[in-house]
Design a protein around this ligand. Structure first.
Ligand code: G16
Length: 547
């Protein structure tokens, strides 16, 4: 059965340039007539060879997900795809979408999410394209899509009623088959193949071990229910806020100590009886690990996972190498050096890990922004990280805080924090970075806020696999003792600019490992303020979020 393709004239919208992870804008921007359609058509026009192929489609269930999915289904039929695998209810977490693309050898996938950004009619929406390896498209592709959006004059669709996505089914739109799949099954099966589920189940059954997983009313709820409480037998109630809501219950689904404060407080309360806490974000690719009165920094988490790989069935044979984004702390580098593994430093953005994973140069990757993952998919993976931690705790018979403290004793502690100045004026953010870049040549050898600067640069990266070059990826200021301050503007916000200041100091002496993080980093905060003139340029005296 064929359905007539109709061509609807359109005109370009300004600003459809994908950021760190796809195009993210306010719902009010995305819901303008032709806005989503233009961008999807630009993706389809940039592809070649999709006729008859399989596309994976799903999102984090946020507001506008349901409308966008139907629009994209019609456009996929018009673009000649042979099949679309869509998660029931339009749901697929980002790592699950990656797993489905890989398992079914799809041509690619479209993921609808603005990740950790708030949702709802006044919140954010987002869209990105993932390639057949399951990973986010590289900069070459996203630049081509952007270029196409600037000259687009029409989009193609078909006239057909909405597809009922409420149950597992197969229906046709013209010649294209829409397979509505269980959003959890393929992903859960993959995770079960990586970890020792029997040992984790035994840990979760212990009366002296109680866990809480906070799904933040976001996409991970169904996955966590099925895996933690279903396959692993954790008591009902282990997963809290487990029903995905289009506005995330009016919350901010970003698993950090500010937005997941309830979880942190519960673990700090000895009366709660909790021994381990974890949370994930809007689309399920970020994670937070919490011990008793102890939040594990994402950079430490990555280093601990790497150092304990021998305890995990999937990684016991060894890691090909590890990788971290530039602003992520160098704790990982210390593990890599001690274990004799290659360690790569990439720009911020999961897309940069793809070539390393595909080429077998890295097995584990991670970022300070609460993302860790491995070569099992090509996205960071929140629940994967939680299961990895549980597997470590099950084998070591220790709690998370003890594992981290032991790690510090062995490798030293990279004290680390990120200070975010959110929603500052775009012009102020641009000016601050421009003035910093101007100052760069004069910084090495100079003294600032009482600290001697050894080196300073604007991070640039040449991909060791495909040779592609990425410049202006963040200003780094390095001190003699290995301390660093890094400045960059976020590429995922939708309002004004967000300045991120990353602070890191290495403390080898075990007697000083318990020093409060912000206290240890105070001299670097003063350096950051002096060198970048944050208060006078942005008008902000303090950061909005400290993580
Ligand atoms: C995305 C990217 C990550 C990046 C993060 C923060 O995560 O996939 O690689 O670290 O954004 O980026 P920025 O500092 O530019 O805001 P997510 O979870 O938002 O998809």
């Amino acid at each position: 059965m064929t359905t007539k393709v109709i061509t609807i004239p359109s005109t370009p919208f300004a600003g459809q340039k994908p950021g760190t992870s796809g195009l993210r804008k306010k719902v009010s921007v995305f819901s303008q007539p032709r806005y989503l359609e233009n961008f999807v058509q630009a993706i389809f026009d940039t592809l070649s060879g999709q006729e008859g192929q399989t596309l994976v489609l799903g999102g984090d269930g946020r507001y506008y997900n349901d409308v966008a999915i139907q629009t994209i289904l019609r456009m996929a039929a018009a673009a000649g795809f042979g099949r679309v695998l869509v998660g029931r209810g339009g749901i697929l977490s980002t790592p699950a979408a990656s797993a489905v693309i890989r398992k079914w050898r799809a041509f690619g996938g479209i993921i609808l999410s603005a990740s950790h950004n708030p949702g709802g009619p006044d919140g954010d929406f987002g869209i990105k394209y993932n390639l057949g390896n399951g990973g986010p498209a590289n900069e070459g592709f996203t630049d081509a899509v952007y270029l196409r959006t600037q000259s687009i004059d029409a989009y193609r669709t078909v006239e057909t009623p909405d597809v009922d996505l409420g149950r597992i089914d197969e229906v046709n739109i013209g010649d294209m088959c829409v397979s509505i799949i269980d959003p959890v099954a393929d992903y859960a099966e993959l995770l079960e193949s990586l970890f020792d589920f029997d040992r984790i189940a035994a840990l979760l059954a212990r009366p002296d071990f109680r866990m809480r997983f906070d799904a933040m009313h976001a996409v991970t709820g169904p996955y966590a229910h099925a895996i933690l409480e279903g396959r692993l037998g954790a008591p009902a109630g282990t997963v809290v806020n487990g029903t995905p809501l289009p506005d995330f219950g009016d919350g901010h689904p970003d698993p950090n100590p500010v937005y997941a404060a309830d979880l942190v407080a519960a673990l700090a309360d000895a009366g709660s009886g909790l021994s381990f806490g974890a949370a994930s974000d809007g689309d399920g690719d970020r994670n937070m690990i919490v011990g008793r009165d102890f939040v594990v920094s994402p950079s430490d988490s990555l280093a601990v996972l790497a150092a304990n790989h021998a305890l995990i069935p999937a990684y016991a044979a060894g890691l090909a190498g590890v990788a971290r984004s530039m602003p992520t702390s160098c704790a990982l580098d210390r593990v890599a050096e001690a274990l004799g593994m290659a360690c790569y430093e990439t720009p911020t953005g999961w897309k940069y890990f793809g070539t390393l994973l595909d080429a077998g140069k890295a097995t584990l990757c991670g970022e300070e922004s609460a993302g860790t993952g491995s070569n099992h998919v090509r996205e960071k993976d929140g629940l994967w990280a939680v299961l990895y931690w549980l597997n470590i705790l099950a084998v070591r018979g220790e709690l998370a805080e003890d594992v981290v403290r032991d790690h510090w004793r062995r490798f030293g502690r990279n004290v680390y924090s990120r200070h975010d100045y959110e929603g500052i004026a775009t012009a102020a953010g641009d000016r601050l970075m421009a003035e910093l870049r101007d100052r760069l040549p004069r910084l090495p050898g100079s003294e600032c806020a009482g600290l001697r600067i050894k080196a300073a640069d604007d991070f640039a990266y040449t991909d060791p696999v495909d040779g592609s070059r990425s410049e202006r990826q963040g200003v780094r200021i390095m001190l003699d003792d290995g301390s660093r301050v890094v400045f960059r503007l976020s590429g995922t916000g939708t309002e004004g600019a967000t300045l991120r200041v990353y602070l890191e100091r290495y403390v080898a002496d075990p007697d000083r490992h318990e020093v409060p993080t912000q206290e240890a980093l105070a001299p670097l905060v003063r350096l950051a303020e002096t060198v970048a003139q944050i208060a006078s340029i942005t008008g902000r005296q303090t950061p909005d979020v400290i993580s």
